[in-house]
Design a protein around this ligand. Structure first.
Ligand SMILES: NC(=O)c1ccc[n+]([C@@H]2O[C@H](COP(=O)([O-])OP(=O)(O)OC[C@H]3O[C@@H](n4cnc5c(N)ncnc54)[C@H](OP(=O)(O)O)[C@@H]3O)[C@@H](O)[C@H]2O)c1
Length: 285
């Protein structure tokens, strides 16, 4: 149940709304009365969202925003403020996963991964924080992952970004709570979105001569089975809605039984025990 104080004058901004979690979050926020700016780096991919908004009369506006570009982020936020005068909720959702052994991954690929998943979220936060501070209120949701608490093999750059957003958010909450701003981390396990189709293999990991090729193959098999039984992105959207409509949200929200089990296992085990579990789960045949 959403408190009645949440009405159309509340403004939400979602990054990466063209698919998956960002798409479902935009729809759910709009259904619950938020005037929602569903941003996408390529608004040409937002036709389905536009159709839903039009057919259901939802307060959704599509806007171009590429989290890797200062200009794009500044322009989008300026336009939103010009139109709506306020921003209550930001969902830093845009992201993808680079996969491959670190040795097979180029610096450019790693920088691009951090540019989207980490610096993209920072870029958006730096631009919206002055507005939220002046309002004396605001909630920033950062899409972390189960992978921000535990790390699976051959995904070191992705985990680097998600562990980083965890530490950054944990520190930032203390800075901004005095201004009425809340920071929220969402930690989903595997979710059946386009995420797994959009996995970016490191270019050298594709080469047959990679010394990691055989181990990487085992991981690919494991990945496919993870996705098969994964919940849909709307389950994450529901948790985001719950968090942003709470008067006093928690810092962290875990989504999915797999995430809950893995995070609990890491908490309760030694590093050596947890390492054995991970190898059994991800690297055995
Ligand atoms: N699915 C999972 O299992 C899972 C689990 C834990 C956490 N997460 C996190 O959840 C978030 C959303 O993932 P998803 O599952 O919804 O995957 P998805 O369906 O692949 O959606 C990713 C979204 O990010 C957008 N994006 C990528 N780079 C961007 C950029 N530079 N600027 C703006 N948008 C950009 C994509 O836009 P395009 O359509 O233009 O590519 C797409 O809309 C990610 O941060 C991911 O790390 C996902």
């Amino acid at each position: 149940m959403v408190p009645s104080s949440f009405s159309n004058d509340k403004v939400a901004v979602v990054t990466g709304s063209s698919s998956g979690i960002g798409f479902e979050t935009s729809v759910l926020l709009a259904k619950n009365g938020f005037h929602t700016y569903a941003t996408a780096r390529n608004p040409g991919k937002s036709q389905a969202l536009m159709d839903i908004a039009r057919d259901s009369g939802l307060p959704i506006q599509i806007m171009q925003l590429d989290v890797t570009s200062d200009k794009s982020v500044n322009d989008a936020v300026s336009r939103i403020l010009l139109e709506s005068k306020r921003i209550d909720i930001v969902v830093n959702n845009a992201g993808y996963a680079l996969v491959g052994a670190l040795e097979d991954t180029s610096m450019d690929e790693i920088k691009a991964q951090f540019e989207t998943n980490l610096f993209g979220a920072i870029r958006v936060m730096q631009v919206v924080l002055p507005t939220m501070r002046n309002q004396g209120s605001g909630k920033i949701v950062n899409l972390s992952s189960m992978g921000g608490r535990i790390a699976i093999p051959f995904d070191s750059s992705y985990h680097g970004t998600k562990f980083a957003i965890e530490g950054l958010s944990e520190s930032l909450q203390y800075e901004v709570e005095q201004f009425g701003i809340k920071i929220i981390l969402i930690e989903p396990g595997a979710i059946k979105s386009n995420f797994f189709n959009n996995l970016k293999p490191a270019s050298n990991a594709q080469k047959a001569g990679s010394p990691y090729a055989q181990t990487m193959q085992k991981l690919n098999v494991r990945f496919s089975s993870l996705v098969e039984n994964a919940p849909p992105p709307v389950e994450v959207a529901k948790v985001i809605l719950k968090a942003v409509t709470s008067e006093d949200p928690d810092l962290r929200y875990i989504v999915g039984d797999d995430a809950a089990a893995m995070i609990q296992a890491k908490r309760s085990m030694s590093d050596a025990e947890f390492g054995k579990l991970m190898k059994k789960q991800f690297l055995s045949q």
